[in-house]
Design a protein around this ligand. Structure first.
Ligand code: ATP
Length: 257
């Protein structure tokens, strides 16, 4: 079971610092952490750094206490699966083949039949089995995003990083996608970190929230703790009220001040 932790991470693009001394105590297997914060606060940069796509200027990313920088690219690919915000809409591949390629890229073990069965299972779980033989390039934006979700989940990596995985999805698909992600994290004991803009989705589906502002983590706790902290409204520049509905769901009401 892999734990992910971040210590004093600083990242710059050229001379411009983007992440400043980010420390995140252990993110636990079996949990979903929502990475929140205004536009340009550094969410994608943090995910890209964990995935090894952006080299930090200082600090460490630890998997089970070991610095991830010490791992080979092949090892890191096996350990960390990053699904970026922009996905490959132009790919001339069928949905089935695209998910198969993702499974193989992560070194999915077993014979061809086993890997194909794994692909079929994940297409069923993401409810896109009916699209298996369609070309990705012919799909709608939301359908393509579900393919990206399937590509992320088909891999057995213990750390899953998703950058705004629901941005193109309708309401029902948003709920299904995050419920699936949480179920996979829980049953497989994976660490999932998901950048989101929708606080209500985070409240419903995340175990923990990291709130970022200007390259720093300014709040870290359960959704209830973070959303009731005045720092949350201040960070977004809104008046924010968090209330529990009659169904027991944490509801977020935001308005311009
Ligand atoms: N490749 C790059 N080169 C230079 N600056 C970059 C690059 N990528 C991101 N930045 C800058 O880094 C800062 C953080 O960007 P990042 O994409 O991490 O934010 P974010 O919180 O994910 O934003 P959003 O919610 O808008 O997707 C921004 O000021 C952005 O302009």
């Amino acid at each position: 079971m892999t734990r992910l932790a971040i210590e004093g991470l600083s990242v710059a693009y050229g001379r411009r610092p983007v992440l400043r001394d980010v420390t995140v105590p252990a993110l636990l297997p079996g949990t979903v952490t929502a990475l929140l914060g205004p536009n340009a606060s550094g969410k994608s940069t943090l995910l890209r750094s964990i995935a090894g796509l952006k080299r930090p200027n200082a600090g460490r990313i630890l998997l089970d206490g070991k610095p991830i920088e010490g791992t080979t690219l092949a090892e890191r690919t096996r350990l960390v699966r990053y699904v970026p915000q922009v996905y490959a809409s132009a790919a001339r591949l069928t949905v089935f083949d695209a998910v198969l390629v993702a499974a193989r890229a992560a070194g999915a073990s077993g014979g061809a039949g086993t890997v194909a069965a794994r692909v079929e299972a994940i297409l069923a779980r993401t409810r896109i089995a009916h699209l298996a033989q369609r070309m990705i390039s012919d799909l709608s934006g939301g359908q393509q995003q579900l393919v990206a979700l399937a590509q992320g989940l088909v891999q057995p990596a213990p750390v899953l990083l998703f950058d705004e995985p629901t941005s193109a999805l309708d309401l029902r698909h948003q709920l299904e996608a995050l419920a699936l992600l949480r179920g996979v994290a829980l049953t497989d004991g994976r660490v999932a970190v998901v950048a989101l803009h929708d606080l209500s989705l985070a409240a419903r589906h995340a175990d923990r929230v990291l709130l970022m502002s200007q390259g720093q983590v300014v709040a870290d706790g359960t959704p209830g703790e973070v959303f009731s902290d005045p720092v949350c409204g201040r960070t977004y520049g809104v008046d924010l009220v968090a209330e529990t509905s009659r169904r027991g769901t944490l509801m977020i009401d935001a308005a311009l001040p």
